[in-house]
Ligand binder design. Structure first.
Ligand code: GRG
Length: 304
């Protein structure tokens, strides 16, 4: 009884995102019940069910459907990417990394459960993500596709992806002279790699051709970079709101970001341009591409 993807010209993104967010929240909630030892499950659930936007799982489901697959085929992978994303946030917030007290509007995992349990909650989420894809992907998806998805996810989050991006980010800390090349490396690995895996894995599960996978790759790389540029802009504008405009400007100068290199207006134009290129890649899919095109526009127009 899942709503079929709309094929008409009118597409209500807000209703679509709300419906998909609910679907993902329910799947995440039911796939990980609290059992003994309760502390670790409670800690994992605390961060997993903390109300993120669910951009990554929704991208995975939407791509699978666009390529002719079903929501059921992609749901274990969709849950897995949200678990991987959540574990990266838990570890990123630790005192040894960014040392943040708040995330998604509430105390960070280690502030509630302690550093030891927070590290283990991240590890537990990461391991469970792979178990879920391997054991819960329905039988109508060929096993070699499941294997390809597992390989892509591993690559996206290891030293060739998230972890590598985080390392260069840590090494760049406090430096005000990092190059555009380094900045691009950080974001291509920290943010774009996982977004790309979400989209491409959704396509692979539905049996997308090599050519279609290449299109999906270009779409996701463009939205990945746009996502990060907007993230940087939102950081600047939030800081300006907090501290008043002049203090905000001082802060922009201290850390190398896209707005600090290009200014806010040019950064926004660049993000807009990337979204146009992303959407153009999906033209061959006609109306079926509406959700992915709308999500791309949502990424540049969002305010959190
Ligand atoms: C993956 C093994 C492993 C370790 C983690 C800590 C680390 C290595 C990587 C850090 C990755 C990181 C924090 C990337 C930032 C990604 C980003 C843009 C987060 C914001 O995502 P949103 O806006 O957040 O989708 P919500 O809360 O809506 O989900």
């Amino acid at each position: 009884n899942l709503q079929k993807m709309p094929e008409t010209a009118t597409f209500n993104l807000v209703a679509y995102l709300k419906e998909r967010q609910k679907l993902c929240d329910t799947a995440l909630d039911t796939c990980m019940p609290v059992i003994y030892p309760e502390t670790i499950y409670e800690s994992m659930r605390y961060s997993l069910l903390a109300g993120g936007k669910r951009v990554r799982p929704i991208l995975c489901l939407a791509t699978c459907e666009m390529m002719g697959g079903t929501v059921e085929m992609a749901m274990p992978t969709a849950c897995a990417v949200e678990m991987i994303h959540t574990m990266s946030l838990i570890h990123d917030d630790l005192p040894a990394m960014d040392n943040d007290d708040y995330r998604r509007g509430r105390l960070t995992n280690h502030k509630v459960y302690g550093d030891d349990i927070a590290i283990l909650a991240g590890d537990g989420l990461l391991a469970f993500a792979f178990e879920l894809v391997a054991t819960q992907t329905p039988e109508n998806v060929p096993r070699d596709k499941v294997l390809q998805v597992i390989a892509r996810l591993g690559r996206a989050l290891g030293a060739a992806g998230l972890v590598g991006g985080q390392v260069v980010d840590l090494e760049s800390e406090g430096k005000s002279d990092i190059s555009l090349e380094t900045l691009n490396f950080i974001h291509n690995h920290k943010t774009a790699a996982l977004l790309e895996a979400c989209v491409v894995c959704g396509g692979i599960l539905a049996g997308a051709s090599t050519e279609d996978v290449q299109r999906l790759t270009r779409y996701s790389q463009n939205i990945g970079l746009a996502f990060q540029i907007i993230d940087d802009i939102l950081d600047v504008t939030a800081t300006q709101e907090q501290l008043g405009k002049t203090a905000g400007k001082d802060l922009v100068a201290k850390k190398v970001t896209y707005p600090s290199l290009w200014g806010i207006e040019q950064s926004r134009a660049k993000a807009q341009q990337l979204i146009e290129s992303a959407c153009a890649e999906l033209e061959p899919f006609g109306n079926l591409a509406q959700p992915l095109q709308a999500i791309a526009h949502f990424i540049v127009n969002r305010n959190n």
